[in-house]
Design a protein around this ligand. Structure first.
Ligand code: DMJ
Length: 672
């Protein structure tokens, strides 16, 4: 028989379903309280003491445990990272730029150490720190208060307005993190740091303990950052190499090649485009008072044509100042002896003082790219002077090369003999050194002349088909498209950085009505050129990349020790400029911005100037070479500026064609 108590309990448990939990809970609380009351005072005190003790222990051990768990998980990630790197297995996903490892004593950059992010300080491991390993922002406020703001994109229309995104609103890129107290700029933002410090462009800070408000941050103006870089380069040139060919920024002296102020002339139109009036005025003065071509010096025909003649012609067009036209006529005339050869294929070298020309000492060959990439400049000189001799000389070369035997599906060998006028050392085909600008000038001459010279177009189209058929391959594992080299029928999976002019040229062709698949190829190659920077520890491309076509070590790109240098070359930023102009896809600007920052981190010399480096794979010692090539000012910084500048019609690609040294020359009006 059930006791009344027991009966009550059962009847309550099985009562009305809707009220059962409430009633049952109440009953349980009541019975617990009754039981508690039935305990002796000693028993109650003991239980209370035990509960209090457990509570205190729980609080104390909680914070220790969580610290340990956090530390453990950090350590294991780091160990994984180290181990993968040691085994050469670290895959670098597309788009991931290795984060700055360390600034060891050899690193060239002048950001004051107190503003260097933790990872950049000396004596730290050289491994990039993955995003996930970054310290939680506990010291700057609760995670919920962290805001991600895209302050790096100057294209934002409302750049002055505060931009606040939640963590999950596309926050993965996290280039710049704004804390609830103000700007906190991450390791890779070297240029931003400088601009922030010197230019005071970062926005408002809050007082300690102030309540949370949106932060107003003015984004770094990327075009302005290029002007700043130019000024820094110019500072070194002016201080240590004024009027000489090249700056040696480490030894604070100069190098002479032709003895003609090469850097100064190459940089003239860049200064004009960047609106650096003071710098331009002092350079103009030097051209007016100091520059003389009446010198007993040997100059290379190609280099002096693209840099000096091209630079002067372009500056004349931009400024209308006849000083530059007169100088252009002078050098153009002095270069003409180069064409006095049995074949009319020019010699490589000319003595501009004596009026004599000769091939290199060891051969009578000239380089194919060199003799076929002087046409834009000499044709323009004829148009301006109404003297046909210049145009005639260079078009004779084009005509001969057009009909020459020895091409392979429109691809040209690398050498041509000045006696026979024939290709020599045949069987090797590349889009890199010694052939590159042959292809570029086929398209650009066709554009310069108003798309009338169909033989140029035919040669160009045939060559691109030749590239597709013979030289294009894909890497493993990421399927990056690259342009290899052909040597006696065998494909060598290597690509010079020089080849990175090709995406831009292909895009220019499509913009002018050439097949759409040229643009597809341009986009693929642009990605590869970007990866040649992004996958290097310094974020800078090597001179030559080797590509894996079979899965080997998880990497698409390998670099041989002898190819690890970076000469501050322009080709990739050149193509980024074209790609952005035609697609308006901001990723191309972002890629260019990354490159500029890497130049600032690893090649900027505190006393002025930038230097080429010997090892793009060693951020702790990139091994400065002590040379700032003239094309860094003539091309690299100019293309970067044009990539970032708001006015995307500045030097319109429908009005100008850039020579291979980035000097814009006008597209001829249809009446010319
Ligand atoms: C420049 O002088 C020209 O761009 C040339 O066509 C190739 N080499 C350098 C830059 O890399």
């Amino acid at each position: 028989m059930l006791s009344p108590q027991r009966k009550d309990y059962v009847s309550l448990t099985l009562g009305d379903q809707h009220s059962s939990s409430y009633t049952n809970g109440k009953h349980r609380r009541q019975s617990c309280w009754r039981k508690w009351k039935q305990l002796s005072r000693l028993q109650r005190s003991l239980i209370l003491f035990l509960l209090a003790f457990l509570f205190i222990c729980g609080i104390l051990s909680y914070s220790n445990l969580t610290e340990q768990w956090r530390g453990l998980s950090d350590r294991s990630m780091k160990e994984d990272w180290v181990e993968m790197d040691n085994r050469g297995l670290r895959p670098i996903p597309p788009g991931l730029i290795p984060k700055l490892p360390g600034v060891a004593p050899g690193v060239i950059q002048d950001i004051p150490p107190e503003v260097l992010p933790e990872l950049q300080r000396p004596n730290i491991p050289l491994l990039p720190k993955p995003q996930a390993m970054r310290k939680p922002p506990s010291k700057r406020g609760p995670p919920a208060l962290q805001k991600r703001v895209n302050v790096t994109d100057p294209q934002l229309k409302d750049r002055e307005k505060p931009v606040i995104m939640k963590e999950d609103e596309g926050g993965t890129e996290a280039k710049t993190v704004i804390s609830w107290r103000g700007a906190m700029i991450e390791a890779e933002q070297g240029t931003e740091l400088q601009i922030t410090l010197h230019g005071k462009e970062a926005g408002t800070d809050f007082e300690e303990g102030a309540s949370l408000k949106p932060v107003t941050v003015k984004p770094v103006d990327r075009a302005e950052a290029v002007r700043e870089a130019f000024k820094h380069a110019w500072k070194g040139y002016k201080a240590f190499a004024w009027g000489h060919d090249e700056l040696k920024p480490i030894s604070r002296t100069h190098a002479e090649w032709f003895g003609l102020g090469l850097t100064l002339i190459d940089a003239l139109d860049t200064m004009w485009i960047l609106d650096l009036k003071e710098e331009f005025a002092e350079a103009r003065k030097w051209v007016e008072t100091e520059l003389s071509f009446s010198k007993n010096v040997d100059v290379n025909l190609f280099e002096s044509t693209i840099r000096i003649l091209g630079g002067l012609l372009s500056t004349y067009h931009l400024t209308g100042d006849t000083l530059f036209l007169d100088k252009a006529k002078d050098i153009g005339f002095r270069l003409m002896p180069a064409f006095k050869t049995p074949s009319k294929i020019p010699f490589s070298d000319v003595n501009i003082g004596k009026g004599t020309a000769h091939p290199p000492r060891w051969t009578t060959d000239s380089t194919v790219a060199e003799v076929t990439s002087i046409q834009l400049e000499f044709r323009e000189l004829s148009r301006l002077t109404q003297d046909p001799q210049y145009q005639k000389a260079v078009e004779e070369v084009t005509k001969q090369v057009h009909k020459l035997e020895g091409k392979h599906d429109g691809l040209v060998p690398m050498f041509i003999n000045t006696n026979s006028g024939k290709f020599t050392r045949k069987g090797a085909f590349t889009l890199g050194a010694r052939a590159d600008s042959y292809y570029e000038y086929l398209l650009k001459q066709w554009l310069q002349g108003g798309k009338k010279e169909t033989e140029l177009l035919e040669d160009y189209l045939q060559a691109i088909e030749g590239v597709k058929k013979n030289l294009l391959r894909q890497t493993s594992p990421s399927k990056l498209t690259f342009v290899g080299e052909l040597a006696n029928g065998h494909l060598n999976p290597k690509m010079d950085h020089l080849v990175c002019f090709l995406p831009g040229t292909l895009a220019l062709g499509t913009h002018n009505g050439l097949p759409d698949d040229h643009m597809d190829l341009a986009q693929q190659l642009m990605e590869t050129c970007h990866q040649m920077y992004a996958q290097m520890e310094t974020g800078l491309s090597p001179e030559i990349a080797h590509f894996n076509m079979q899965y080997q070590n998880g990497r698409d790109i390998d670099v041989k020790p002898a190819d690890r240098h970076n000469l501050l070359r322009p080709e990739t930023v050149e193509s980024l400029f074209y790609m952005y102009r035609f697609t308006k896809d901001n990723k191309y600007r972002d890629w260019g911005w990354d490159i500029l920052q890497s130049f600032n981190k690893y090649t900027r010399v505190p006393s002025g100037g930038y230097t080429s480096i010997s090892n793009v794979r060693d951020p702790s010692n990139p091994a400065p070479r002590d040379k700032m090539e003239s094309f860094f000012l003539g091309e690299t910084l100019k293309y970067l500026f044009l990539l970032f500048v708001d006015d995307t019609e500045l030097i319109s690609l429908d009005k100008y064609v850039f020579n291979t040294e980035a000097h814009p020359l006008p597209i001829w009006p249809s009446t010319s």
